[in-house]
Design a protein around this ligand. Structure first.
Ligand code: HAM
Length: 435
């Protein structure tokens, strides 16, 4: 028997309805803020992620699933190494949605140049080869939003406000959400800050783990996320980005906070929040539900250099993404659920001689948009009622010789057990009123 890949999940039954509910809420909340839905491929060229997310990030170095088709496998074996393949032959499953979205916007000439910003939202599976554990999967589902073409700090604040609103509409009490924010600086001030953290790690190299020593060269800011207690203790003394922002970045960050304060959004400043993707500049943020212990349920930030890295003209951008599986777990930990009841349905039951009339009545109800079930196994009337009950039908339409003779159908309300005989042209309305 086949088995699912470790770290993947099937979305079935109520769990699938949780995902669908999240999509419904996303559409409702994000469209009020002017976002349109987009979909980009789950399969992209490796370069899209290398350019965008950054060659030295864990996501690109260790977690990206490379894809080799049967036809390409021969080329790969002949080339001996992936780097000898052409860019169009080096493929990966997307570990996140932002780089692919920006690639699509650049390739389709949709990057606004001085015009109104482009706002888009998306949802779908993402793939990261992480060690699976609770809330950490290899295929997980994100809902994300992106805005290209505006650097106004009001937009940063607005997106954070929209994110909180989304979580509240999904069922999180506002007090359960812990929002952390930071500013990562920009091309003017970040390189200098990065160099000072690198130097700090080198100065403390003998107290830190091998990974952090490697990080000093590759990606020094990631040392803030090291789980090793000794490294954590050392990093408490490291220079903080917020003490090293240039004047413009400092002013931008102050404005974001002022807008959040005005909107009454609770947040904590965390100058060690560095995020795992290299494209971020200035504002970054993450949301956790501390009681749930599943890690961040959402995060994002500004990426003013990413459009250029993906081959477009310099254009500011900002966005966030949330993780479906973690949201589902976190709500359960709070005694809540994303799950919605199945859609109400009707059931058409019949005696054997009225099978044809039942077939037509089922078609009639479905044409009126009513979710309708019938029996395909030749059950007795009693058996059909049992099945209707099991399916949660709110109304059962009964067709027997009397109904056929009268040119109508009996509609039974499954809650009150009331029955009425209605003419066929009033059947859909009579059933609808019970659902
Ligand atoms: P991220 O923080 O890497 O950001 O992922 C966003 C969310 O996806 C996380 O907060 C988490 O809920 C969920 N997530 C990430 N990895 C896993 C995993 N292995 N298993 C389960 N859930 C996971 C991004 O992906 C950025 N693209 C967000 C963004 C959009 N920034 C700007 N625009």
């Amino acid at each position: 028997m086949g088995q699912k890949v470790q770290g993947t999940e099937d979305l079935l039954g109520g769990y699938m309805r949780e995902w669908e509910h999240m999509l419904d809420v996303a559409r409702e909340v994000f469209s009020a803020y002017g976002f349109d839905a987009v979909e980009t491929p789950a399969l992209e060229q490796v370069d899209t992620f290398v350019h965008g997310i950054g060659e030295s990030t864990d996501v690109v170095r260790k977690e990206m699933f490379r894809v080799v088709s049967g036809a390409l496998l021969g080329d790969l074996l002949a080339a001996g190494t992936e780097s000898r393949l052409k860019a169009r032959q080096r493929l990966a499953l997307r570990p996140e949605g932002t780089a692919g979205f920006v690639r699509a916007a650049v390739e389709n000439n949709l990057v606004p140049q001085g015009a109104a910003p482009m706002k888009a939202w998306y949802a779908g599976p993402m793939f990261r080869g992480e060690r699976p554990q609770k809330g950490r999967l290899r295929q997980f589902h994100q809902v994300g939003v992106e805005v290209l073409g505006a650097s106004d700090p009001a937009l940063d604040a607005e997106l954070i406000i929209m994110l909180v609103e989304f979580f509240v509409k999904l069922g999180f009490p506002a007090e359960s959400l812990s929002l952390r924010i930071n500013s990562m600086g920009d091309a003017a001030c970040r390189p200098r800050y990065r160099a000072s953290v690198r130097q700090f790690i080198l100065d403390h190299a003998d107290e830190m783990c091998d990974d952090c020593r490697e990080r000093a060269e590759l990606n020094p800011l990631r040392a803030f996320d090291c789980k090793n207690p000794a490294c954590r203790a050392v990093m408490e003394g490291a220079p903080l980005v917020t003490d090293n922002l240039c004047e413009d970045c400092g002013a931008h960050y102050a404005q974001v906070k002022a807008y959040l304060d005005e909107a009454g959004i609770a947040y904590a400043e965390d100058p060690t929040l560095v995020r795992g993707l290299d494209y971020y500049t200035r504002t970054v943020f993450e949301v956790d539900v501390e009681e749930a212990g599943v890690g961040a349920i959402g995060g994002g930030g500004r990426y003013d250099g990413l459009v250029e890295l993906e081959g477009g003209k310099p254009t500011p951008g900002i966005g966030f993404a949330v993780g479906f599986e973690r949201i589902s777990l976190a709500l359960k930990a709070l005694g809540r659920t994303l799950e919605t009841p199945p859609a109400p349905c009707a059931f058409v039951a019949c005696t054997p001689d009225a099978r044809g009339a039942a077939f037509s009545a089922t078609r009639l109800l479905r044409a009126a948009g009513i979710r309708t079930e019938q029996d395909y196994q030749g059950r007795s009337l009693k058996g059909q009622f049992k099945l209707a009950d099991k399916l949660g039908a709110r109304a059962v339409v009964v067709l027997g010789p009397d109904e056929v003779a009268a040119g109508g159908a009996t509609v039974r309300d499954m809650q009150t057990h009331e029955q009425v005989l209605v003419p066929l042209d009033q059947l859909a309305a009579a059933v609808s009123s019970k659902l």
